[in-house]
Ligand binder design. Structure first.
Ligand SMILES: [Ca+2]
Length: 269
């Protein structure tokens, strides 16, 4: 029978390897909760390499968002998903694109985006009179619609039905999931991309939405991932975004290993 001590050492060694693996891919990922540091309350443009026009996209504190939603007659409720700050994309200005280049993913076959998003209802007091058409995109570094790979949208019909959509090769690009959305709810959006197959899977709150792999946005051929984009149409209600993670697939495996090792070590104690 093996003694406890060597076994524990082996687990510790495996944990060390998992930590090294995690560190190795740390350069090839982007993780943020929009906290301070590095973000200070105000327009996100020029903060942590983000690019955006105007002030519609701004990092704000939970209490600030709460005051804004209350002033608009909306339910403030949970205004950030974690920490004390989140990204608010909402206001009366024209359409706004907020994006950031993400480097180190160029040669990755599998890339994953995970984010928490709370879509908003109309904010009439600030001129955000329309609902829907706010979306998140994982794309290449070309800053063009031809470079878009995977995208999820909070959509809306003139028949007043809110629905969550994903982008694919269909005419009109957006495919409704048939699932509705609520302005008082945080949704966990996950898009797992297969660059070799040129498809992705969409998970809503951890449950896979699509039954077969989704062809990329508009049927685009996208050879590498190099950026993330949030879009809010002109005078539309918009959304709150928090806890964004863009990561190559091996990193999630290493993180799982690290988590499993830590649990094993704890049980051994
Ligand atoms: Ca946060």
């Amino acid at each position: 029978m093996r003694s406890e001590t060597p076994h524990r050492l082996e687990i510790a060694a495996a944990c060390g390897l998992a930590a090294v693996l995690t560190a190795a891919v740390a350069q090839a990922q982007y993780v943020t909760g929009f906290e301070n540091p590095p973000f200070t309350p105000g327009a996100i443009a020029s903060q942590d390499s983000w690019i955006s026009g105007g002030t519609v996209s701004s990092v704000r504190t939970a209490s600030d968002i709460s005051a804004l939603l209350t002033a608009s007659g909306l339910n403030a409720d949970e205004t950030v998903h974690s920490g004390t700050q989140a990204l608010l994309m909402s206001g009366g200005e024209g359409s706004v694109t907020t994006r950031r280049f993400v480097t180190g993913l160029e040669s990755e076959t599998y890339v994953s985006l995970d984010a928490w998003v709370r879509p908003l209802d109309r904010r009439l007091d600030v001129g955000a009179t329309n609902v829907g058409n706010s979306f998140l995109v994982l794309e290449d570094s070309s800053n063009s619609s031809a470079g878009r790979a995977a995208a999820v949208r909070f959509g809306y019909d003139t028949s007043a039905l809110a629905h969550i959509d994903y982008a694919t090769s269909v005419s009109g690009i957006w495919q409704s999931t048939g699932l509705s959305w609520d302005p008082d709810t945080w949704y966990n959006i996950t898009m797992n991309l297969d660059m070799a197959a040129q498809t992705y899977d969409f998970y809503l709150d951890g449950a896979k939405v699509n039954s077969s792999p989704i062809p990329f946005y508009s049927g685009n051929t996208v050879t590498s991932i190099g950026g993330v984009r949030f879009y809010r149409g002109g005078a539309q209600a918009g959304m709150i975004i928090d806890d964004l993670t863009i990561v190559p697939e091996p990193a999630s495996i290493a993180l799982l290993l690290a988590g499993g090792c830590a649990l094993l070590l704890r049980r051994k104690r």
